[in-house]
Design a binder for this molecule. Structure first.
Ligand code: GAL
Length: 422
C-alpha cells in the first residue's frame, strides 16, 4: 500500500466533513498546527500571530513540540481522521501532494492571484506549493540545510585557525577540539538529526547529481554504490566526534552547547541561527556559518509552508486567507526570517537588512539554482514522501547506534527499506 492509499484509508474511516469550530469572535479564528517551539522559533512564529491578530482575527496556537515535525504530523493525522482538522498546518514538500490528493486542502488561488504569488515566487517554490495546478499552501521561508555552525572562540582555544572546507579538515578540527577537552560536534540523538548529517555527507561525497539520484529518484545503483559505502564510512567517523550521551537530545540543546562554548561545531540547517539570534549573538563575530565541508556550491533547501484545510465557517475562511496573504508581505518576510534564520521566499527584498549568513544563503541559493545544484532536503521532507523518508531514517539511525555496523552493507539495507516503503 503506498503512502497516499494509507493516508486515504485512515481518513476515510472518519467523516470528511470537519466540525466547524465556533469562532471566538465575529471575525473568525485560525487554528495553526506547527512545531516551532524552541526559543528562536517561538520568537519567529509570534510575528505571524501578531500580524493576524492585528487584522482582528483570533489565532489559536496548536504547537506540537518535536524538531522537524514528526510529532506534529502524527497529531495532525489524528485530528483529520477524527473529522476535526485545524484551519492551517505546517505541511511541506511532497507531503502537500498527498494531502491534496485527499481533497482536504482549501485552494488559495484567489489570494495568490490578488497578491501576485506567481510573480513573486521562484518556479521551484511555486510548484512545491501547488496541487493539480492550484495553490494549496503558502510558503514562508527558505532554509538552507547544508551548514556547519562554528564557535570561533572555542576554535581559538583548541588552536584551530580556519573553518574546515573538506571532510579531512573537519576531522582534523574534530581531533584538536577533542584533545582540548571540547565536544567537537554537538548533536542530538534523533533520527531526523542523524539524517541531516547523513544527507550533508551524501551531498559532499556524491555531489548534487548523486544526491538527486539517491534521494529524489531513489536509484538503486546509486544507493548501493561504493560511493555510498564511503558516505557511511564518513558517517561512522563523524559519530566519533559526537557525545555518546546524545540519545533523544533536541537540536536546540545541541546548538546551546556550541553557543555556551562547550562544543565547537554543529551540522544543522539555519534554524540553528534562530537560537544564536535569540541569545543575542552576532553572525560573523560570535559565530560562523560555512557550508557543510565538501558541499560548497550546492544547496539543500527546506521550504516551510502553511497549508489550509477546507472549512465551512466564513469567518474562519477569512482568517485563513488573511494568514496566507500576510505570509508573503514584506513586513512579515523581513521580521520572521530574521528571527527564524531563514531567507525570504520572495527574491525582491533588500538583503542588506539581513546578517552575513542570510546574505550568503541567498547568494548561494541563486547560484546553485542557476548551476542546477539546488536540491530538496530529504531529512526535512522535501525530497520524498514521509514513508520513504522514514525508511531512510531507520537505516541511518540504526547504523549510527551500532558501533559494529558495516558501512559496505548499509546502502543495500537502505535500498531494500525504501523499496518496501514505496
Ligand atoms: C525543520 C523545519 C524548520 C525547523 C526545524 C527544526 O524541518 O523546516 O522550520 O523548525 O525543522 O524543528
Amino acid at each position: 500500500m503506498n503512502a497516499i492509499t494509507r493516508l486515504a484509508t485512515a481518513v476515510s474511516l472518519a467523516s470528511l466533513f470537519p466540525l466547524t469550530a465556533l469562532a471566538a469572535d465575529s471575525k473568525g479564528t485560525v487554528e495553526v498546527v506547527h512545531w516551532w517551539t524552541s526559543g528562536g522559533e517561538a520568537a519567529a512564529v509570534k510575528v505571524l500571530r501578531e500580524l493576524v491578530e492585528k487584522d482582528g482575527y483570533t489565532w489559536k496556537d496548536s504547537a506540537v513540540a518535536g524538531g522537524a515535525g514528526s510529532a506534529a504530523m502524527t497529531v495532525l493525522k489524528t485530528r483529520v481522521v477524527s473529522g476535526n482538522p485545524p484551519g492551517a498546518a505546517q505541511i511541506k514538500g511532497p507531503d502537500l501532494q498527498e494531502w491534496g490528493a485527499l481533497d482536504l486542502l482549501a485552494p488559495l488561488d484567489d489570494v495568490a492571484k490578488a497578491n501576485n504569488w506567481d510573480g513573486l515566487l521562484s518556479k521551484t517554490v511555486a510548484n512545491t506549493m501547488k496541487y493539480d495546478g492550484h495553490y494549496v499552501a503558502v510558503p514562508v521561508n527558505i532554509h538552507r540545510v547544508n551548514w556547519l555552525w562554528i564557535n570561533p572562540a572555542v576554535f581559538k582555544k583548541a588552536g584551530i585557525d580556519k573553518a574546515p572546507t573538506t571532510l579531512d579538515e573537519l576531522y582534523a578540527a574534530g581531533d584538536k577540539l577533542k584533545a582540548a577537552g571540547f565536544t567537537p560536534l554537538a548533536h542530538g540523538g534523533q533520527p531526523w538529526q542523524d539524517s541531516t548529517v547523513f544527507e550533508g555527507l551524501v551531498l559532499g561525497i556524491m555531489g548534487a547529481e548523486g544526491y538527486h539520484k539517491a534521494f529524489v529518484e531513489n536509484d538503486e545503483a546509486t544507493l548501493t554504490s561504493p560511493k555510498m559505502t564511503e558516505v557511511f564510512t564518513a558517517l561512522k567517523k563523524l559519530s566519533t566526534y559526537m557525545d555518546d550521551n546524545r540519545a533523544g537530545r533536541d537540536w536546540n540543546l545541541a546548538t546551546a552547547e556550541v553557543i555556551d562554548g562547550k562544543a565547537g561545531m554543529q551540522i544543522m540547517g539555519d534554524w540553528a541561527k534562530s537560537e544564536w539570534t535569540a541569545a543575542g549573538k552576532v553572525a560573523g563575530k560570535d559565530y560562523q556559518c560555512v557550508p557543510m565541508p565538501g558541499t560548497a556550491g550546492s544547496y539543500t533547501y527546506n521550504i516551510d509552508s502553511m497549508a489550509m484545510f477546507k472549512l465551512k465557517n466564513e469567518g474562519d475562511i477569512a482568517a485563513q486567507h488573511d494568514l496566507a496573504r500576510i505570509a508573503l508581505e514584506p513586513e512579515f518576510q523581513y521580521v520572521f526570517n530574521q528571527n527564524k534564520g531563514s531567507i525570504p521566499v520572495r527574491s525582491d527584498l533588500d538583503m542588506s537588512k539581513f546578517d552575513s549568513c542570510a546574505q550568503a544563503s541567498m547568494k548561494d541559493f541563486q547560484a546553485a539554482d542557476k548551476a542546477g545544484k539546488l536540491e530538496p532536503s530529504m531529512a526535512h521532507s522535501m525530497a520524498t514522501n514521509l514513508a520513504v523518508q522514514g525508511a531512510i531514517f531507520d537505516v541511518v539511525t540504526n547504523f549510527m547506534a551500532d558501533k559494529n555496523a558495516d558501512p559496505s552493507k548499509a546502502g543495500a539495507q537502505m535500498a531494500a527499506a525504501i523499496k518496501s516503503a514505496q
